[in-house]
Design a protein around this ligand. Structure first.
Ligand SMILES: *Cc1c(COP(=O)(O)O)cnc(C)c1O
Length: 394
């Protein structure tokens, strides 16, 4: 950006709004043709396309079973139901609300754990310190598509006899340091296919597991818990995926490789273009692991950058660049979890990240030129920060 910033009276860098994210959708014509075939067949839900989609995902992820569901939230709820848990579940507070809601919907008590300042994920140590005799399970989250240290977490958890579930909403296509795909870890992993995620089906979720019994139970659970004889051994719900969502997911899955390469290019372009700006840092990926950069999150340290996270967000909005504060507030501050609790939480890293993290635009079909221009605006915000900061003050 060479012009004067918009906040100081210049023209906005972009004439049209640049959203933080947009779904990248494959082949509209193919989707419409197949949707017609679905309508003609009369089989509208949980049928051939769902089956095909499940098989292709299992192949891609290197996991034995994929159970398609109506959303990631429902998938998480069903996994916890099927594992028949009672007591407390450890969960990072630095996540999206739905991770915690799924715990609460099962009548389980969320116990919030802190995360690491560099990876923004939970570490083995963060979790191990929080384990008590009441701990029934732990939920790991691959924040912004950056895989948790799954191998270490699972080894530690198995010593304590505690099942591990992953909220993999952000993680389709990511890899652990072992080289295994996210999706193959823990008792089960749960993906989201909603429009802000990397693999999109409109709405939908995928539960992946290597456990045969759990997969069978999940298939019952998503269909009210009905057995062939219409008995219900436990209370299920309707968590089925429609054929329409499955066919959108399938078509997008065919192009997932391209999307992941594009994201990786976009993320490294951002990182190179923003390198060296004081007060900014990025999420660290563990050596050997692969992040899919579901979001490009920057940590804004106000003293050295010259502006706070909120001020930078406002500055960019005036340039027509839209950003989001993820995750703010952190989940342990949500009214649902402050109203009825007898505990207070000390989560200093979470509090800090939550107040300083800004997610900037990144989606698979975004152009490198836009990335360069957005990075230019962020550089300009730093360069003009004394004047811009005074403008915010008054
Ligand atoms: C989006 C999201 C969910 C919820 O996914 P749905 O498919 O919309 O239910 C859960 N967890 C995280 C971390 C998410 O970002």
């Amino acid at each position: 950006m060479i012009n004067k910033p918009a906040i100081l009276g210049g023209t906005p860098e972009f004439a049209e709004e640049i959203p933080m994210t947009r779904p990248t959708l494959a082949n509209e014509k193919e989707i419409l043709e197949q949707a017609r075939a679905v309508l003609a067949s009369g089989m509208l839900t949980n049928h051939e396309f769902v089956r095909q989609f499940e098989d292709k995902c299992s192949q891609y992820l290197g996991v034995k079973h994929t159970v398609a569901v109506s959303s990631c939230t429902i998938g998480l709820m069903l996994v916890m139901k099927c594992l028949d848990l009672s007591g407390e579940v450890l969960v990072p507070s630095f996540t999206f609300s739905a991770t915690v809601h799924a715990i609460a919907w099962n009548g389980l008590k969320p116990v919030f754990v802190d995360c690491q300042p560099d990876t923004f994920n939970v570490s083995v140590k963060d979790i191990e310190q929080a384990i008590t005799t009441k701990t029934a399970a732990l939920v790991g989250v691959h924040i912004f598509g950056n895989p948790c240290p799954g191998e270490g977490i699972e080894m530690m958890a198995s010593e304590h006899g505690i099942p591990v579930i992953y909220d993999a909403a952000h993680g389709f296509g990511a890899r652990y340091i072992s080289g295994n795909m996210v999706g193959s870890g823990g008792s089960a992993e749960v993906f989201s296919l909603s429009p802000t995620k990397v693999l999109v089906a409109g709405e939908g979720g995928l539960v992946t597991t290597n456990n045969d019994d759990l997969a069978t139970k999940l298939r019952l659970a998503r269909n009210y818990g009905n057995t062939a004889g219409y008995d219900s051994p436990f209370s299920g719900l309707n968590g089925r995926m429609t054929e329409f969502n499955a066919l959108i997911g399938l078509t997008n899955l065919e192009r997932i490789g391209e999307c992941l390469s594009a994201r990786s290019r976009l993320a490294s372009t951002y990182q190179e273009a923003l390198a060296g700006i004081p007060g900014l840092r990025f999420q660290q990926v563990l050596p050997g692991a692969r992040s899919i950069y579901k979001d490009l999150a920057i940590y804004v340290e106000p003293k050295n950058f010259g502006l706070s996270r909120d001020e930078l967000g406002e500055f960019l909005k005036l340039e027509n660049i839209y950003t989001k504060k993820y995750f703010y507030p952190p989940t342990h501050h949500l009214s649902a979890y402050t109203a009825h609790t007898d505990r207070s939480w000390s989560l200093p890293v979470t509090e800090d990240l939550s107040s300083r993290m800004l997610c900037i635009p990144l989606f698979s079909h975004m152009s490198l030129e836009h990335v360069e221009r957005i990075a230019g605006c962020i550089r300009s915000a730093h360069r003009h920060s004394p004047e811009v900061h005074r403008r915010f003050l008054g």
